[in-house]
Ligand binder design. Structure first.
Ligand code: ADP
Length: 446
């Protein structure tokens, strides 16, 4: 935290976001930045003395997706109190566009608790993200042309999604009633949506799952959601809200975020087993050195990570180094059968985080981390407390720089995000970005 700065009353703070994992938080932060907002992301709930500058949106990133519901509720309420104390009047609860949650899921309990604490009677449920091909129709969530439960999400190591109905998924987790705002209504516009909300409320519903097929739908919903104290969903609805705030002149887009220049060697750390991450590893240039972390080997070696650190140190300094545990669904299943689902995941996260900490101490400073849980583990191990949000690499993934000295450049990539040549594309973008004549550069705009 920057202790030199005065603690400012955040008069500019328009929107407070509570996100249930770190890459999801970065995704929404990037979306808001692309709408012209000055955005910072804090990791966990900071002390009240935290100086956040003149951010218009603050995203509190929690690592609460796979924790016990009571822990997730506790942390989310703490985040809410912190954001409210800083002047946030509007709160958005961010979860994944694939509604990632375990069978004892946290989305319902957290949304219920936030709604009660805010004394609200209704909230949208809008995970849809058209830019990333997540659509909702009749309350069913689609990933591209597949229903959620038929997509690769059914094989997720921690949160396998085996139902595609958002109404059923949320109803099973919530003590409040969940209804549908169908596409037929959304298509008719703002007035029809407001009327439908009234109908849903009168029938005792607290949530409205919204159908979304396009960004036009998102913009319509954003207009309505901008008037709501509490909204739940993904990055797209956040963009809709921000766009509505901007159209009403409430976002001052003239003041660009300034990011520091960042040096250091380039590293990719991947713990995600998502299809996109597997493709990205395969597509990394052949001259980049790579090391696959095998849990069994690591286990036998008593979790000694120094051989990996030594190996990385011997690689050419001008090329990125790739360290990954990412494996196919069959390999993951075998590993989980042997060590247990949670245990296998945590041991790998721990190892990747420890390796990253050591490599940063050895001069690595520009990092891509693939995987939500993996990013959480890495950020925690690096004791990073807050991030400035910089230019967008791909939808949902910006470059960020860390608060503190010296800053690191970090790209935190949710497993399924990014083009196939994401790693190379990201580092090229960062090189160009940092090669600007000014050491401090402003953020590009859409
Ligand atoms: P995503 O963003 O794709 O969901 P996460 O990092 O959130 O990625 O989750 C991936 C989980 O899978 C992590 O807990 C990670 O440690 C675990 N994992 C990675 N490789 C393996 C493997 N080979 N076997 C079992 N679990 C693995």
């Amino acid at each position: 935290y920057n202790r030199d700065r005065q603690i400012e009353t955040a008069m500019n703070l328009l929107l407070g976001v509570i996100a249930d994992d770190y890459t999801g938080a970065t995704d929404i932060a990037s979306t808001l930045a692309n709408q012209g907002m000055r955005v910072i992301q804090v990791l966990g709930v900071p002390p009240q003395s935290f100086a956040g500058g003149d951010a218009q949106a603050i995203v509190v990133a929690l690592k609460s997706r796979t924790n016990s519901p009571s822990e997730a509720v506790d942390w989310s309420l703490q985040a809410l109190r912190w954001l409210r104390a800083r002047g946030a009047n509007q709160i958005l609860f961010k979860y994944c566009s694939t509604f990632d949650s375990t069978a004892t899921g946290n989305i319902g309990p957290v949304a219920d608790a936030l709604m009660d604490a805010l004394d609200c009677r209704f909230a949208f449920v809008c995970p849809a993200f058209p830019d990333n091909h997540r659509f909702v129709y009749q309350g069913y969530l689609f990933v591209g042309d597949k229903l959620l439960a038929e997509s690769s999400m059914r094989d997720h190591p921690l949160t396998p999604m085996l139902d595609s109905s958002l109404l059923r998924l949320l109803q099973a987790q919530s003590s409040k009633r969940v209804g549908l705002i169908s596409h037929e209504t959304v298509r008719q516009g703002v007035g029809a949506i407001r009327d439908r909300i009234e109908v849903l409320r009168d029938a005792g519903n607290s949530y409205g799952v919204v159908d979304v097929l396009s960004n036009a739908d998102i913009n319509t919903l954003g207009e309505v959601a901008a008037q709501h104290t509490f909204v739940t969903g993904g990055s797209a609805i956040a963009a809709g809200v921000a766009s509505s705030l901007r159209n009403s002149g409430r976002i001052d887009t003239r003041v660009a975020e300034r990011l520091p220049a960042v040096g250091g060697r380039a590293l990719v750390v991947a713990g995600s087993c998502a299809a996109a991450t597997l493709r990205q590893i395969a597509a990394a240039p052949p001259d980049w050195a790579r090391c696959k972390i095998d849990l069994d080997v690591l286990h036998e070696a008593g979790f000694d990570i120094e051989p990996v650190v030594d190996w990385a140190g011997r690689q050419p300094g001008d090329l990125p180094v790739l360290v990954y545990a990412s494996s196919t669904a069959e390999e993951v299943a075998a590993m989980q059968a042997k060590h247990g689902v949670k245990n296998a995941g945590q041991m790998i996260e721990r190892a990747l985080a420890d390796i990253t900490v050591r490599l940063v101490s050895e001069g690595f400073g520009r990092l891509i981390v693939a995987g939500g849980e993996t990013s959480g583990a890495v950020l925690t191990a690096l004791a990073i407390k807050a991030l400035h949000i910089g230019p967008r690499i791909d939808p949902g993934v910006p470059w960020t720089t860390t608060f503190g000295e010296p800053p690191l450049a970090l790209a935190l990539k949710s497993g399924n995000f990014g083009r196939d040549d994401f790693f190379q594309h990201a580092f090229t973008l960062l090189d160009n970005f940092l090669a600007q004549p000014e050491p401090e550069v402003s953020r590009p705009r859409d």
